[in-house]
Design a protein around this ligand. Structure first.
Ligand SMILES: *Cc1c(COP(=O)(O)O)cnc(C)c1O
Length: 413
């Protein structure tokens, strides 16, 4: 039996398999592409599995901090061994209840997205007799040349419009329970290449320096966001950033001359790049049928398992790999046919790929969807149509070290 068929036989199908060796390899590669004293936040949104987060945190070695934005992610971060002081809480809609839970757990840094968000954080901090650090998330009035030159930024639920900061600063500086500690800018995801990544950071860092100059915002920590890329649901390698470190050093020397001494401290964030290539989704062909001359391959995994994001046009088409040793006797592993890849749900929206090139498949075949470690299970419509969540297996050194399954339970009050 192939390794994948064996895993499915033991843990069920569909099944996510994450390799912790790849997680730590991605972390170490990214840390070494950044200046030595940079902090790196892992964005739990990409994959909140506590074992993955624990591997990224590292024990004693140089590791990641946690960037979270819900009570569920807080629970995962604490389970992964993060201390409250290692957590940055972000998000445009933090509720009082969430803030209370976070502050009670010792979270002491928040990225705030509006003056009212800052006041809410302050109210809850005051309620608990503490003062917390707040980074102002800034929605810059200009975008970088790498994307397009716009003299006014776009309206957004994220961040405070940079042009309003000078006027707001007296009010923002005087919110009881809070201490303004820096700026947070996040304007790019999944940069297409190293050059656009560097261009975006150059823009972000100069915007932050301008804000400090023009508003007097104290910047002890500057979080310059991310944009580190990763392949998603198709074959490909995690990109390397050989020039990033030197480029960032030059840019920071120009705008924040004290940064090498930690004035300010600089941080960036990553989700997909750290975990994307660590995971694959194994699933099983349930049925193959033809309809009016078109072939449909129906899997036991659909938008309930992978790709709730497909509605956003971010998913299609996925690529599917079949184990060589699962191929029928004498079949050519390179033989491909065009088919539509459908999930099991009773909605025409449950498509993973339309007219994509696939190996020749039959019911019972176990297939693998690569690079599914980020924005996989928890970015999906998990409860839609009531199938159980897929199992998740964690491996290290080729051995399974944990297997689990998320369950949904209705509790009556
Ligand atoms: C989503 C998000 C990230 C992670 O984005 P990736 O593209 O997965 O690296 C980082 N920071 C913030 C504020 C985010 O909302």
């Amino acid at each position: 039996m192939s390794r994948n068929a064996d895993l499915v036989a033991r843990y069920g199908s569909p099944l996510y398999v994450y390799d912790l060796d790849r997680v730590t390899a991605a972390r170490d590669a990214l840390l070494s592409s950044l200046p030595e004293n940079f902090k790196l936040f892992f964005s739990f949104k990409a994959n909140p599995h506590p074992e993955i987060a624990r591997a990224l945190r590292g024990d004693g070695e140089r590791g990641c901090l946690a960037e979270i934005s819900s009570t569920g992610e807080l629970t995962a971060a604490l389970e992964a061994g993060f201390h409250g002081s290692q957590i940055l809480y972000t998000g445009p809609g933090k509720t009082y209840e969430e803030l209370r839970t976070a502050i009670r757990a010792g979270v002491a840094s928040f990225s705030v997205e509006s003056p009212t968000d800052l006041r809410h954080v302050g109210e809850v901090a005051t309620e608990h007799g503490v003062e917390v650090d707040c980074l102002l998330r800034v929605n810059s009035a200009t975008s970088s040349a790498a994307t397009s030159i716009r003299m006014t930024g776009t309206p957004s639920q994220f961040g405070i419009d940079s042009e309003t900061l000078p006027e707001l600063m007296p009010e923002l500086s005087a919110v009881p329970g809070t201490r303004l500690a820096g700026a947070h800018l996040f304007s790019l995801s999944n940069a297409k290449d190293e050059e656009s990544l560097v261009g975006e950071f150059r823009h972000t860092i100069s915007v932050a320096a301008g804000i400090q100059r023009e508003t007097g915002l104290p910047i002890r920590l500057l979080d310059i966001g991310g944009g580190f890329a990763a392949p998603y649901l198709s074959p490909g390698e995690r990109p390397a950033y050989p020039n990033l470190r030197a480029e960032l050093e030059v840019i920071l020397d120009e705008h924040f001359p004290g940064w090498r001494e930690g004035v300010p401290e600089i941080a960036c964030e990553s989700g997909r790049h750290l975990v994307g290539d660590s995971g694959e989704l194994l699933c099983t062909v349930v049925n193959v049928k033809e309809s009016r001359g078109r072939k449909f391959v129906i899997l036991d995994a659909g938008i309930n398992t992978l790709g709730g994001m497909s509605g956003l046009g971010r998913l299609l088409p996925v690529s599917v790999r079949l184990d060589d040793d699962a191929l029928p006797e004498g079949a050519d592993p390179g033989e491909l046919e065009v088919a539509t890849l459908a999930g099991p749900l009773c909605t025409p929206g449950d498509l993973l790929g339309k007219n994509v090139r696939l190996p020749v498949l039959k019911a019972g075949d176990v297939v693998s969807i690569p690079n599914a470690g980020a924005y996989g299970m928890t970015a999906s419509l998990l409860m839609f149509l009531g199938r159980p969540a897929p199992a998740e297996v964690i491996t290290r050194g080729g051995e399974v070290v944990s297997a689990s399954r998320v369950e949904f339970v209705r509790k009556y009050s």
